[in-house]
Design a binder for this molecule. Structure first.
Ligand SMILES: C[S@@+](CC[C@H](N)C(=O)[O-])C[C@H]1O[C@@H](n2cnc3c(N)ncnc32)[C@H](O)[C@@H]1O
Length: 230
């Protein structure tokens, strides 16, 4: 399942034009996509799936293959170029078209996305290391608001990027990175059930798999954030 070369080209262009929100020079590898979709493939019964930050669809192409008859698949992408490419694919690519009646690409930042109901599986490719600390706090709250009780969040982060950046940065940037560590670690300590190491990716990445407690209510399925990342 190789990515079309055109996708790499489009992705690289968006990386240059919108570095902060694109956050990587290349789409995720098939190895990373498989690690991200592991919990989805194990989930039985009708499943509500949300992908956040699909980009050119490196992970999406693995998700669409796993979507079953009674599932629902929503995608939230703030970059119109990426969103348009995926919308086309749901119309023209047979693998995507098979599930087009159960899928929708929402062109907006996660911060503005209003879900109709909570999700069993949330898969996020957001480049959290590039975001302000208050936005990362709000995004994690949104992730967990969007999850149904017992639902699973899978997200990736590039290996050792934060500790390395922290060792060379000072002042406000160092404070931002420390705050990101605190936010992510607070969720990881409470909710992580698995961490996957993916070396075949540019750069190598960890996938964090977190589960919302089964007795935690999905109090609020809407997301509301005050910061701008564009
Ligand atoms: C690192 S790329 C990941 C792309 C793809 N999932 C992959 O693994 O190759 C990050 C993606 O998140 C999107 N993005 C960034 N901030 C976002 C936000 N606040 N809401 C929705 N999408 C966002 C970017 O436009 C980009 O497509």
């Amino acid at each position: 399942m190789r990515l079309p070369f055109a996708d790499h080209f489009i992705f690289f262009r968006q990386f240059r034009e919108r570095f902060k929100t694109t956050g990587a020079i290349a789409p995720s590898s098939g190895f990373l996509a498989r690690a991200m979709t592991g919990p989805l493939k194990q989930h039985a019964g009708p499943t509500r799936i949300l992908e956040i930050g699909p980009g050119t669809g490196a992970v999406t192409r693995h998700i669409v293959r796993a979507v079953k008859e009674h599932d629902r698949f929503d995608l939230v992408e703030l970059n119109e170029r990426f969103a348009g490419l995926l919308q086309d694919r749901f119309r023209t690519d047979p693998t995507y078209a098979r599930v087009a009646d159960r899928s929708e690409v929402h062109v907006c930042p996660l911060q503005e996305f209003k879900a109709e109901a909570p999700y069993d599986i949330v898969i996020s490719g957001l480049p959290l290391n590039n975001f302000p600390a208050d936005l990362v706090r709000t995004i994690f709250k949104s992730y967990f608001d969007l999850l149904a009780p017992g639902g699973v969040l899978s997200y990736f982060e590039y290996m050792y990027v934060r500790p390395m950046r922290k060792s060379i940065c000072r002042g406000a940037e160092r404070e931002r990175l420390t705050s990101l560590d605190e936010t992510m670690n607070s969720y990881i300590e409470k909710h992580r059930f698995k961490k996957s190491w993916v070396f075949v990716n540019l750069p190598p990445a960890w996938v964090q798999h977190l589960r919302k407690d089964a007795d935690e209510s999905a109090s609020d399925t809407s997301s509301a954030v005050g910061s701008e990342t564009k």
